[in-house]
Design a protein. Structure first.
Length: 366
């Protein structure tokens, strides 16, 4: 019978068959998680074939060893848009960057960058790794600065984001207060709308940002500490034909402009009309620049909404006037957004206290 004629398999043969099956199911690139070859053992089959195999180490499963230089090189390439530009930014040879990125991809068993005729673009795996790598880089920068401060060799740095209203109401005094304690620290200020600042706080490009309250269901990585409430007013240029209107219904057919709203919530303009059961205006120009919006309001017959606290500021006071409608205006919470799972550096903590003091002085809660 066929069974009787079959050669008897040895224990080594069975192990080799199992090993072969496992090897066929693995990725083509096999690297040691710790960057060096593990201990090897040999098996000899019944036919005399000698096979090398790696002893399984349960403690190294899933561990990946990355060099900090690999993360630095990868981020430089992504930020610069090409390997050549990344090499120029880091002042190293292009083959060095190419080798570094390729070794990183091999270590992760994934292609991170798609090479094109115009540079590189992130793959899906690259986008996922990029977000984490940016945080790693930021945390290392913070650690380096804190160690230098402890040794008395550095003043540190802080990156602060502000929305349009906070930039006018809070920022000047906050910077003065901060300079009293850290006169030589580097300060970077980024002005943008809230939904553009939140991702920069999330990946720690910014240490903190003074923004409207985020929807923490969509931004779970952020922590928010409220400072004050900000009410809104309907405004138009001085002498506007609708300056004497007293209801939103009289303004619904006008041309409007507003700041670009966050993707997960409506703008103050939407809140104003929906609160009284009216459809929002159809002719609306959305801006992502507060200065551009103010300019449009001052030089056209458009209507808009701005923070009521800005009505006394010279730029607004000299060119715009409030249209005092009877309907109540909404108010939104302004506060400090930080990353939830990362402690602030001493310099960033001082800036947060300076912002808090300035906000309470110039924009008390009400």
């Amino acid at each position: 019978m066929a069974i009787a004629d079959s050669p008897k398999r040895t224990t080594a043969d069975i192990r080799f068959m199992r090993l072969s099956f496992r090897m066929r199911s693995r990725p083509a690139v096999l690297l040691s998680p710790l960057g060096r070859l593990p201990r090897r053992q040999h098996l000899t089959t019944a036919g005399g074939r000698r096979v090398r195999w790696r002893k399984h180490d349960p403690y190294s499963h899933g561990v990946i060893a990355l060099r900090l230089s690999q993360i630095r090189d990868f981020l430089a390439v992504v930020d610069s848009g090409s390997i050549r530009a990344g090499a120029r930014k880091l002042e190293v040879a292009q083959p060095t960057i190419t080798k570094s990125v390729r070794s990183l991809e091999a270590e992760l068993h994934a292609q991170l960058l798609q090479r094109t005729a115009h540079g590189v673009v992130l793959t899906a795996a690259g986008r996922a790794f990029f977000a984490r790598a940016r945080v790693v880089q930021a945390e290392l920068r913070k650690a380096e600065e804190e160690v230098a401060q402890v040794g008395g060799e550095g003043e540190g740095s802080v990156a602060l984001g502000v929305g349009p209203s906070a930039g006018v109401l809070v920022l000047p005094e906050a910077v003065v207060r901060f300079r009293e304690q850290f006169p030589r620290s580097r300060i970077r200020i980024v002005e943008a709308l809230a939904h553009a600042l939140w991702p920069l706080v999330r990946d720690e490009t910014l240490d903190l940002a003074v923004t409207l309250k985020p929807d923490l269901k969509h931004e779970p990585a952020l922590r928010f500490r409220p400072l004050f409430r900000m009410g809104f007013a309907v405004v138009a240029r001085k002498g506007h034909p609708l300056r004497n209107a007293r209801s939103l219904a009289q303004l619904a057919d006008a041309n409007w402009t507003c700041l670009l709203p966050p993707p997960t919530s409506g703008s103050p303009l939407d809140l104003i009309f929906s609160a009284v059961g009216l459809p929002g205006p159809r002719a609306v120009i959305e801006c992502d620049s507060h200065t551009t919006m103010i300019t449009l309001l001052a030089k056209t017959d458009m209507l808009g909404t701005i923070s009521r606290r800005l009505l006394i500021e010279p730029l607004v006071r000299d060119s715009l006037q409030e249209i005092e409608v009877a309907e109540p205006m909404p108010s939104l919470t302004v506060g400090i957004s930080t990353r939830a799972d990362s402690p602030p550096t001493p310099v960033a903590a001082v800036m947060a206290r300076a912002v808090t003091a300035a906000a309470r002085r110039h924009a008390p809660s009400r």
